[in-house]
Ligand binder design. Structure first.
Ligand SMILES: Cc1cc2nc3c(=O)[nH]c(=O)nc-3n(C[C@H](O)[C@H](O)[C@H](O)COP(=O)(O)O)c2cc1C
Length: 188
């Protein structure tokens, strides 16, 4: 699949299954991340790879975070948090490593980290691997950040779930380009 086709056809895949993509496929995905646009080449990102029993550890952290928000949380709700990371064989946690910079504000460092995630999704799709970018309250929760060992200046930009696609690939309507792209100033 060439780059244009990958960009024109990518869709998210919420249902992902084993096995973890092969090392060669993963390397292509990770290399794509590292070509994200990056103002003044700060490399304001790092990535945590969570697979196997690491996913269970992550699920325990999610459950602890949820419990810290609600001491009356039910056993069922806690279990739902625990199993969230089991939705794919591999999760790449994209972390923005924010540093104070006179020319590159925090938002640009976050955007650059977001671009790494999109690059990974496109590389995954072009290799037949499914991906789903997730965040939710867990991405911003202090218990999760501490449990993963993040420093105060680091932020989770996404949990990128990766794996083999289970079921049918969803069909999406093609958007009308002219509704989103308009000449400015408008021609009278
Ligand atoms: C920053 C970000 C966070 C997201 N977080 C979630 C999430 O937590 N749960 C979810 O179901 N979708 C989430 N999404 C949306 C999906 O990843 C997906 O893009 C959306 O369902 C549209 O599907 P498509 O990518 O196939 O067009 C998020 C997307 C972005 C960009």
């Amino acid at each position: 699949m060439d780059a244009l086709e990958a960009m024109h056809t990518r869709v998210s895949a919420p249902r992902l299954m084993d096995p973890v993509p092969t090392p060669d496929v993963l390397k292509n995905i990770f290399k794509a991340a590292l070509r994200a646009p990056d103002h003044l080449v700060l490399r304001p990102w790092r990535f945590l790879l969570v697979s196997g029993v690491g996913r269970e550890r992550l699920g325990e952290i999610f459950a602890a975070a949820a419990q810290s928000d609600d001491t009356d949380i039910t056993a069922g709700q806690l279990q739902r948090e625990r199993i969230k990371p089991l939705r794919a064989p591999l999760i790449v946690i994209a972390v923005a490593v924010i540093r104070a910079h006179s020319e590159v504000p925090e938002i640009e460092q976050l955007i650059s980290t977001g671009a790494t995630v999109n690059n990974m999704m496109l590389s995954a799709h072009s290799q037949g691997i499914g991906a789903m970018w997730r965040t939710g309250v867990m991405a911003y929760h202090p218990v999760v950040k501490a449990g993963l060992g993040l420093a105060g200046h680091e932020k989770i930009v996404g949990f990128l779930y990766l794996g083999h696609i289970q079921g049918r690939v969803k069909e999406v309507p093609e958007l009308i380009v002219s509704e989103f792209f308009k000449e400015w100033p408008q021609k009278s």
